[in-house]
Design a protein around this ligand. Structure first.
Ligand code: OOG
Ligand code: MG
Length: 260
């Protein structure tokens, strides 16, 4: 049975306020029978509130596409969320962590969508460019703890992203080394092979899973493939860099008071 409209909008409002006030909220109690379609309906209502404030959708993100991420958060399903222009951090720019609850950062691979994507379109025809990237996630739930529907409703913890230099898609993407550095020290290592065996599969999953909710990738959008490694806490003052073998680097810094 679908979630009643008033419960759906109330949960979206609670998550929106949590983000706006940088205050964590408890995990919701879902009615019996609620499923991921209900959770995506909440995510959509949450996004509508952000769009009503003037934000623009600039892409999608995949989440939990690697074992390392699934193990870290205890949820074992691939999920997707929405990116808006407010979340964009220029490469090398600063994120104000005083506006966030308990931010974490993770290395990503980004795809630039070259045309409106139809069901069945493949990676080669749809993806115009590839870049190294960083994602800042900030669960709106206390202690960064959530179930599958919780994290979907919370727009998959999306909070910020920085994208390094775009380049034409390389012929091999499936086994590139990935490093996450903080203040010049390597804090996570992995491989793009950890992303569903090949990050191109993240594109296919985005088409399939977002398509199921009636959302299609558009020309000019960004798609984050999902982190290859676990995320690490993002503290004020940190200088963060993602290095993806053959693709280069993306970087950001964290400024502001630590509210975590
Ligand atoms: C959920 C978001 C997951 C990824 O890259 O796997 C994600 C979370 O970890 O809070 O962005
Ligand atoms: Mg991510």
């Amino acid at each position: 049975m679908p979630l009643p409209q008033d419960e759906l909008t109330a949960l979206a409002a609670r998550l929106d306020d949590a983000a706006l006030t940088a205050t964590a909220v408890p995990q919701p109690t879902w009615p019996p029978g609620a499923d991921t379609d209900d959770a995506y309906a909440v995510q959509s209502a949450l996004m509508n509130r952000q769009l009503a404030r003037g934000e623009r959708t600039v892409g999608l993100k995949m989440g939990l596409t690697s074992r390392a991420k699934m193990v870290q958060v205890g949820v074992s399903e691939v999920i997707w969320g929405r990116l808006t222009d407010r979340m964009r951090v220029p490469d090398g720019g600063a994120v104000d962590v005083s506006t966030l609850i308990h931010p974490r950062v993770e290395p990503e691979v980004a795809f630039l969508i070259g045309r409106d994507v139809l069901p069945g379109d493949d990676f080669a025809s749809a993806v115009a460019a590839v870049a190294p990237a960083l994602e800042v996630i900030d669960s709106r739930y206390a202690d960064f703890r959530f179930s599958l529907p919780d994290v979907i409703a919370d727009n998959t913890s999306a909070a910020g992203f920085a994208i390094g230099p775009w380049q034409p898609p390389p012929t091999a993407l499936a086994n590139l080394g990935v490093l996450l550095e903080i203040d010049g020290r390597v804090v996570q290592t992995g491989s793009t092979a950890a992303i569903l065996g090949d990050p191109r599969r993240a594109f296919e999953e985005a088409v399939r899973l977002a398509g199921r909710q009636g959302v299609r990738l558009r020309e000019g959008w960004v798609l984050l493939a999902g982190a290859a490694t676990a995320a690490v806490p993002l503290a004020p003052g940190a200088q963060v860099r993602a290095v993806v073998e053959g693709l280069g680097t993306a970087s950001l810094s964290a400024k502001g008071d630590d509210r975590a």
